[in-house]
Write a protein that binds this ligand. Sequence first.
Ligand SMILES: C[S@@+](CC[C@H](N)C(=O)[O-])C[C@H]1O[C@@H](n2cnc3c(N)ncnc32)[C@H](O)[C@@H]1O
Length: 369
Amino acid sequence: MSSLRDILKNEIKARGPITVSRYMAQALGHDEFGYYMRQDPFGTDGDFITAPEISQMFGEIIGVWVAVVWQALGQPNPFNLIELGPGRGTLMSDAVRAAEKMPGFEDAVRVTFVETSPALKEVQKQTMAGLFAMPAWRDSFSDVDADFAGCPSIILANEFFDALPIDQYEKADDGWHHRLINWADGENGEAGGFVFALGEILEDESVIPPDLRIAPPGALFEHCASGAKIISEIATHIQTNSGAALIFDYGHVEPGIGETLQALKAHEFFDPLKSPGEADLTAHVDFSLLGDTAAKVGTQVFGPVPQGAFLSRLGLRQRADKLILNATPEQIQEIETAYARLVDADQMGTLFKALCLASPGLGLPPWSG
Ligand SMILES: C[S@@+](CC[C@H](N)C(=O)[O-])C[C@H]1O[C@@H](n2cnc3c(N)ncnc32)[C@H](O)[C@@H]1O
């Protein structure tokens, strides 16, 4: 039995069932036993692989996007380049290597990572070592906003929002309820385990979009309050200081009914309630929540568009062809495989999407033609 399993079990026994967001926050971010706090989970030997880890092309193309946006902002010096949840730091190191070709960029950029995991901060330090852009670190975007206000910011996040805790709501015959996580003791010598349970009825249904409230009994709705809070902070920051944000993640364009909470371990799906802290827990991102929340602040919102289309419009094919020019047959195969993973509809090309925020009046690629 993992220690976090004991901690959460004891919490439930002492105070009653916990929300899904409490469970997810502890499973991922518990100071000692949280999934991200202990380890580097990326790559073929880890639990999952992300776009920047698939190929340097992903970060390089984003670096070109960053350079063009910096130009569109009037080449401010200094400016903030901020990444939320940078993992191993691969995206940022590939991006700044590509963007530094733009005259003046190197002198102007101030990189900041928003990261909670001490283990990953160490990996990020190593990845960025030797580059001109050694980052500063902050634990939350609120800290960034307080410390780095006053100059324009370009903000990046890849697979960050899917790692934020969600709450679940379940429709029963008498209306919508919180969905909670309880502990069930085992019977006849069997081990106990966490189970889902119906919580109190929702007095205020405003968290459920109006057209989904009439869903039949058994329906499940997921809501990411922390995602809404962070996107609102990002939009306000951009609105106040000028700048843009580019967010990649997997998820849906419209809010919907259904469960997307999932656990991954060694590239296989895993029971999310089985071993908190030992598998990656994620939920699909509700892009309409992010976009609508940012739009309320007054920022321009572009997309979401499918990742494959977005990367293609930014020139991913041309970048792949350039790399192929000097590649061995084996490397060509690797480049083509990586290209297909990033853009093909049956791989990451459609499920993953790009959402962009920009301060008023800023024209951005690929939307500005
Ligand atoms: C799925 S990984 C994505 C990593 C990276 N962007 C990539 O594409 O390879 C999620 C990242 O977000 C970080 N993270 C998770 N929750 C966070 C939070 N609440 N605040 C800051 N970082 C967080 C994790 O430690 C990790 O670096």
